[in-house]
Write a protein that binds this ligand. Structure first.
Ligand code: PXL
Length: 276
């Protein structure tokens, strides 16, 4: 059985970061080790949240893994809250990244704007960290901030291809841009692999609404599928289908929470996709 280490916060209620990564990666039949970077009552899109920073725990936890000879098949990072954490995660990748597939989701922005607390300077530092990944999974907003270029939602295919090459120049061999749509009723992921100079695009139905936390659902599903032996391209497609089903389940539920998707109800479908 594969074992991964995911490094991100735990938001006690809010269906994002670790409360999403843990169940999805476990459902894939992959051991999910966690390194929580902070404990929040609720994620930062709520009107109110507590925040307990765990930065000082990262190095001693990493040292203990080293002393115990614990290693990982993948390292997957999501929401990271400070420059110091970016540095510590960079050190963690240097230490454990040898045999591990390093997947970085540079969570910090959407719809043209940075989330609360993030700055363009932080985005540039995140871009540097992305240079250490094997695969990065930004959305268009995160990609634009990392490259320090204006956010352009009126893109065409040539623009996306050029953007992917610029992102790959940050250092990761594989780059996947999420939320890419060329037709009104389709949305998906456009990816590029620098070592083979190849692109791929996979899209499925575009629903007329968006939900918070879908990015974390998506990235977690990619990591789970990759650890189950699917290629990056296949994993990116499986995650599109699973994320769509999670959103559909949310739409069908008249009592759905305002803050996240009903990914739990789509887990049987994810497992089905992984067993095909
Ligand atoms: O879903 C991304 C995310 C993760 N963790 C925290 C967040 C957010 C997005 O706002 O606030 C704490």
């Amino acid at each position: 059985m594969k074992r991964i280490m995911t490094i991100q916060d735990i938001s006690c209620v809010g269906k994002c970061s670790l409360t999403v990564a843990l169940p999805i990666i476990s459902a894939a039949g992959v051991e999910a080790g966690v390194l929580p970077t902070a404990v929040l009552s609720t994620h930062t899109q709520f009107d109110k949240f507590t925040f307990c920073d765990l930065t000082s725990e990262i190095q001693p936890i990493s040292d203990t893994f080293r002393d115990l000879d614990i290693d990982f098949d993948a390292i997957y990072t999501g929401y990271l809250g400070s420059f110091e954490q970016l540095g510590l995660v960079s050190d963690f990748i240097d230490r454990f990244g040898g045999k591990a597939k390093v997947v970085i989701d540079p969570v910090m922005a959407d719809n043209g704007v940075l989330y609360k607390g993030f700055t363009p300077e932080f985005a540039r530092a995140m871009a540097k960290l992305c240079g250490k990944a094997d695969l990065i999974i930004p959305n268009l907003t995160e990609a634009s901030f990392m490259l320090d270029i204006p956010y352009n939602p009126d893109y065409d295919e040539d623009y996306i291809k050029e953007l992917l090459k610029k992102l790959a120049a940050l250092g990761a061999d594989e780059v996947a841009l999420t939320g890419i749509s060329f037709e009104a009723d389709k949305i998906g992921v456009y990816s590029y692999k620098a070592s083979t100079d190849t692109y791929s695009y996979y899209a499925n139905t575009k629903l007329p609404l968006t939900y918070h936390g879908t990015g974390d659902v998506y990235a977690s599903a990619v990591v789970g599928a990759m650890m189950r032996g699917f290629s990056t391209e296949e994993s990116l497609a499986i995650a599109v289908d699973f994320t769509l089903r999670s959103m559909e389940k949310t739409m069908e539920d008249p009592e759905h929470r305002f803050y996240g998707v009903n990914f739990e109800e789509a887990l049987p479908y994810y497992i089905e996709l992984l067993n095909k």
